[in-house]
Design a protein around this ligand. Structure first.
Ligand code: SF4
Length: 271
């Protein structure tokens, strides 16, 4: 991929040095890795009820059966919702304890015709206040990286669908004091993300951070092990990368994250 002067300026702004053919300028980023078609298809109908059972293990068999039925019914209902009904369902959701401490839910942002879907982890304090995912310093870094690829989260600009992204989190409510999400919370919230994906039908998914990866790939492997290749989620190519909040603390991995986005861009450009 060759960069325009504007893109190179953006990369410099992010602290990344671009390598040009014939140039001896050092590029801290390792060469973009080839794109093996590593396909690990996930079952089409993810079993959130089963995950929730694992998290609430001591339940006696009869109670577990009731929980299964209730969760299945809820999941089936969410799978029928259109965008406005889905947003309303998230706004009024009380399916896990995070509803008690949130200021507001964080549904998602971007164009509903977007080809890219970026999936993050959970809202932080800024997101809880604003109701939008990826705001604050991490959001600014993400926006800079997107701009370098001529992508935008805006849904009211002149850009074509190919340049638009939709951004959502795995969890729609902020965990108190930004603690890690619990398995039962991820399972309870999963049907909302599944429905967003089904409605959006993106050409590409970028999973940012450990909990987004765990939710979508059902893998406990670290991000560093899963990045650099193309996975599949229900037939949609999925690229794993670091969360921007982590990149703010780990400059060395910024260049790897840029490689990941370049890999994602090459996938999105495929016919
Ligand atoms: S985190 Fe998800 S499941 Fe839990 S209350 Fe919020 S919207 Fe509902």
């Amino acid at each position: 991929m060759s960069w325009t002067e504007r893109q190179r300026a953006m990369l410099r702004e992010m602290g990344l040095v671009t390598w040009q053919p014939g140039s001896r300028a050092a590029d801290p980023a390792p060469a973009a890795q080839p794109v093996p078609a590593v396909a690990t298809p996930r079952p089409v109908a993810g079993p959130p009820a089963r995950v929730m059972q694992q998290a609430v293990a001591p339940a006696p068999p009869a109670a577990a059966a009731v929980l299964d039925i209730a969760t299945d019914e809820r999941t089936r209902h969410i799978a029928t919702l259109d965008w406005p009904a889905l947003r309303d369902a998230v706004a009024g959701c009380q399916a896990c304890a995070l509803c008690q401490s949130r200021k507001q839910t964080v549904f998602g942002v971007g164009d509903r015709q977007a080809r890219w879907m970026i999936v993050g982890e959970a809202p932080g304090e800024q997101e809880d206040l604003s109701g939008e995912p990826f705001v604050g310093a991490a959001g600014q870094l993400l926006d800079s990286m997107l701009r370098a690829l001529s992508l935008t989260r805006r849904d009211d600009g002149p850009e074509p669908a190919a340049q638009r992204v939709y951004i959502a989190n795995t969890l729609k409510c902020r965990p108190p004091r930004n603690r890690n999400p619990q398995p039962s919370e991820l399972a309870a919230c999963e049907p909302f993300l599944m429905r967003q994906l089904a409605l959006l039908q993106p050409r590409l998914i970028v999973a940012m951070g450990r909990f987004a990866v765990q939710a979508l790939l059902r893998s406990s492997d670290p991000v560093g092990k899963l990045r650099g290749k193309v996975h599949q989620y229900q037939g949609v190519p999925l690229v794993v990368t670091y969360h921007p909040a982590y990149l703010l603390r780990s400059l060395a991995d910024k260049a790897r994250a840029w490689d990941d986005l370049c890999l994602a861009a090459s996938v999105a450009e495929r016919p």
